[in-house]
Design a protein around this ligand. Structure first.
Ligand SMILES: Nc1ncnc2c1ncn2[C@@H]1O[C@H](COP(=O)(O)OP(=O)(O)OP(=O)(O)O)[C@@H](O)[C@H]1O
Ligand SMILES: Nc1ccn([C@H]2C[C@H](O)[C@@H](COP(=O)(O)O)O2)c(=O)n1
Length: 226
């Protein structure tokens, strides 16, 4: 089974997808981490992020290992553990430049599909991102568009970061500006055909995990369809 979870920044995709994978004994893939890993590598090498050809070449060359264990998440790039580094503000601030590079997307979607194919032999996977239901795994048995209103998403991200470490303007940049940039290459504001929209504004994380897990158990995997 493949469960696709898409949605805007701060809607709770990562926490929810990890929770569902745990609950149902599935693998978990954070596709945003692949874009962050390429960003980290390009920044480390001092590449001009506007040089789309050079950045795409870096994406193709990068040796990337990304965990699909929901309880043990790590990202290793060219032998360096970058699990924490890819969450630093210096990466979050520029990652959209890499995520809107269409040649980078082509390469990372190819890699994401290979990870998803492999996980099928382990019983299935919950995949979260922006274009999972619409591009990466259009055959997903369950497609969820996870939303929350902008104020809730900014409040959640603010609570997550160390108190006083970001200004209101920086917070807005991380949520509003990033979504505006990212939505130029993916449609994650409107549900695609067959997707269920879940508005998490007034739901706890546990409640969202409950809803998606229930929908998943009511869904017959394609391989078992008669
Ligand atoms: N339903 C919820 N209610 C309250 N807080 C939540 C809920 N879902 C997630 N959170 C919290 O909101 C923050 C953002 O969640 P998360 O990182 O999962 O979002 P995301 O959609 O993956 O964001 P991004 O795309 O920017 O990585 C986390 O601190 C998480 O614990
Ligand atoms: N399938 C995806 C996943 C992520 N992105 C973009 C969106 C962000 O700019 C960046 C990092 O994602 P995050 O870790 O914040 O979820 O990658 C995308 O375009 N497509």
């Amino acid at each position: 089974m493949i469960i696709a979870v898409d949605g805007p920044s701060g809607s709770g995709k990562s926490s929810t997808a990890r929770g569902v994978a745990n609950r149902l004994g599935l693998r978990y893939l954070d596709t945003g981490a692949t874009y962050r890993a390429v960003t980290w590598s390009a920044v480390e090498r001092g590449l001009d992020l506007d040089d789309t050809a050079a950045v795409a070449q870096r994406a193709r060359e990068l040796v990337l290992e990304i965990s699909t264990d929901p309880d043990d998440q790590f990202v290793i790039a060219d032998g360096t553990d970058i699990t924490a580094a890819i969450r630093e503000p210096r990466i979050s601030e520029v990652v959209s430049k890499i995520a809107t590079n269409l040649d980078v997307r082509k390469e990372l979607i190819r890699r994401q599909r290979a990870i998803i194919d492999k996980a099928q032999t382990d019983g299935g996977i919950v995949v979260e991102g922006r274009d999972i239901a619409t591009v990466v795994a259009t055959d997903a048995e369950l497609k969820v568009l996870l939303t929350a209103d902008q104020e809730a998403r900014m409040a959640r991200r603010g609570a997550e970061l160390a108190a006083g470490s970001v200004t209101a303007a920086e917070l807005r940049d991380q949520i509003v500006r990033r979504d505006a940039d990212d939505s130029t290459v993916s449609e994650f504001q409107v549900a695609s055909d067959g997707a269920v929209t879940i508005d998490s504004t007034d739901l706890t994380l546990e409640e969202v995990v409950d809803v998606i897990s229930r929908l998943a158990t009511e869904t017959v995997p394609r391989s078992q369809e008669l």
